[in-house]
Design a binder for this molecule. Structure first.
Ligand code: AMP
Ligand code: TRP
Length: 332
């Protein structure tokens, strides 16, 4: 098995947002899990330092980190195959961030669409770390010499930036110690929230948590916005514009999808029944995940143990890269 895997490292990170939702699952986690079978080494990082650029309070940071790790493990990340760790446990990343900042033109950072969007959200807190966010992300990736980075399309400017800063560093110091990574767009780049309009996100409150109970899940699903043109039960609907139908395509059988596709268009099935079907299938799909999660949650120390061990393994790689980087720069 191992010998058939591709060589090289995969790296990805996500901010500690606590319990994960369907958008995180379909857009990122499923892909992380699948890549474990494709590549020899996968490294997944909970980027708590990045989170500091936007949070008002760090009260929830520890718990959010723990809940997220639980979700990742329950979804199928395997600590034997992957390094799973917390960014702040590997201080070398801050070192590389500083070195990379010396070959980063400031204008490049302030021109990034991701930066412009962030300062629209928090005009009262345009901190230095926020400007340097992509440099820290480039340091994350370069520190582990990752060749593949699975992320949502919203991260494309950051990956392009990473490639540029790696090229600048190597050129500036006449070396090839750092590696230019490739982005791997996740399979489902944008999952819509229950409002049927915006990207599913915790901050918008339009999310469905993976770890919810079946009853809570059903309640959330029943709130999903369907085809807005279908006001009454007797009106025919259009599955092509319905987010519930999009979800059926992911979680329901081919027969069910086909039945809904036909029946919705002639008002043969109503939105309430259609949603009940989806809730049932989603709950069935998530049942093994929830069982694994409950089991893992019985031993929180083991979950922290996975992160501690991951941190140690990550640090060993990071230390080596930093030594090479310092040598390349010519630091005494
Ligand atoms: P975030 O929680 O925004 O830091 O995102 C963590 C990971 O989940 C990133 O790789 C995102 O691209 C992905 N992600 C978050 N929300 C969605 C969504 N609604 N649809 C698809 N992917 C998402
Ligand atoms: N910026 C990413 C996001 O908002 C999170 C992130 C930080 C990341 N460092 C990374 C993703 C390194 C991939 C690789 O989702």
């Amino acid at each position: 098995m191992t010998s058939q895997k591709k060589k090289g490292r995969v790296f990805s990170g996500a901010r500690p947002t606590g319990r994960q939702h369907l958008g995180n699952y379909l857009g990122a986690i499923k892909n992380y899990v699948a890549l474990q079978d494709e590549y020899e080494e996968c490294i997944y990082c909970i980027v708590d330092i990045h989170a500091l650029t936007t949070v008002d309070t760090t009260k929830e940071l520890k718990n959010n980190t723990y809940e997220m790790a639980l979700d990742w493990l329950a979804a199928g990340l395997r600590p034997d195959d992957s390094i799973i760790f917390v960014q702040s446990h590997v201080p070398e990343v801050a070192e590389l961030h500083t070195f990379l900042s010396m070959v980063t033109p400031l204008g490049k950072l302030t021109d990034l669409p991701t930066f412009k969007e962030k300062i629209r959200y928090q005009p009262q807190n345009i901190n230095y770390g926020l400007v340097g966010y992509p440099v820290l992300m480039a340091a994350d990736i370069a520190l582990y010499k990752a060749i593949v980075v699975p992320v949502g399309v919203d991260q494309a400017p950051h990956i392009e930036f990473t490639r540029e800063v790696v090229r600048s560093f190597n050129y500036h110091y006449n070396t090839n110690v750092l590696i230019e990574p490739q982005m791997k767009a996740t399979k489902v780049p944008k999952v819509l929230g229950i409002d049927g309009e915006n990207k599913m996100s915790k901050s918008l409150g339009n999310h469905i948590e993976l770890a919810s109970s079946p009853q809570e899940t059903q309640q959330r699903v029943m709130q999903m916005v369907t085809d807005p043109q279908r006001a009454r039960r007797a009106d025919p609907g259009n599955p092509d514009v319905c987010n519930v139908f999009t979800m059926h395509r992911i979680f329901s059988s081919e027969e069910e999808v086909e039945t809904i596709n036909v029946e919705c268009r002639k008002a043969g099935i109503g939105c309430v029944d259609c949603k009940k079907m989806f809730a049932k299938n989603l709950n069935e799909h998530l049942a093994p995940f929830r069982a694994r999660r409950a089991k893992l949650a019985e031993k929180p120390d083991d979950v922290w143990g996975v992160l501690d061990d991951g941190g140690k393994r990550a640090r060993a790689i990071a230390g080596q890269t930093i030594a090479e980087v310092k040598e390349a720069i010519g630091l005494p």
